[in-house]
Design a protein around this ligand. Structure first.
Ligand SMILES: [Mg+2]
Ligand SMILES: [Zn+2]
Length: 192
């Protein structure tokens, strides 16, 4: 379980050979967070405001059991706007994984963008490569984990999510309904 701030300076280890990656690479599912895993109430950062979308935990668990890598890629401009801190974001993600653990499910890593071009807080005011529709969060996950992009996909609730996926070279699915498990089954991502 890892919680990353996407590093703007992009210092990354390159200590794994391509051949070893190939032998162990796995399909991955990238979930947008707000509106896909939790009801989008706007700038959620407290566990008491976090309402799981119906079928979300079951869907995560399905992909855990199917040996997918499971990631969250989420814009969190509430940090740049001064509504909450990066520590709040990280604590919420820890809480999510603690809740998932109760049902033997987990998210392998969370990637979030704290930036915003018109940020109130100067240190987060930038046009970055990680705020969707830019693909930086997905690309960082692909660099840091043994992902097989051709077998991977994103589920998001906005066009900007799908744009990020397309630019990163993975398939994207637009979710805008009630139950994530039923949706994932209907579009053929979950096979029963
Ligand atoms: Mg969303
Ligand atoms: Zn960013």
């Amino acid at each position: 379980m890892v919680d990353h701030q996407p590093a703007p300076k992009m210092l990354h280890r390159i200590d794994t050979t391509a051949s070893s990656l190939d032998t162990i690479s796995r399909p991955a599912v990238f979930f947008d967070r707000d509106g896909v895993l939790n009801v989008n109430l706007g700038f959620v950062y407290l566990p008491e405001d976090f309402q799981w979308i119906d079928g979300a935990i079951k869907t995560i668990k399905y992909f855990n059991n199917a040996k997918y890598l499971v990631f969250v890629v989420t814009n969190q401009s509430g940090v740049a706007r001064g509504y909450y801190t990066e520590n709040d974001v990280q604590q919420l993600h820890k809480w999510m994984n603690a809740e998932l653990a109760k049902q033997a499910a987990h998210i392998d890593a969370f990637y979030y963008c704290p930036h915003y071009p018109d940020a109130k807080l100067e240190q987060y005011r930038e046009v970055c490569q990680c705020r969707k529709p830019m693909p930086g969060l997905i690309q960082q996950a692909i660099r840091e984990w043994p992902v097989k992009p051709t077998k991977s996909f994103l589920i998001g609730d906005m066009d900007t999510d799908l744009k990020a996926a397309a630019t990163a070279g993975i398939k994207g699915y637009l979710f805008n309904e009630e139950n994530l498990f039923n949706f994932s089954t209907r579009v053929g991502l979950i096979k029963q």
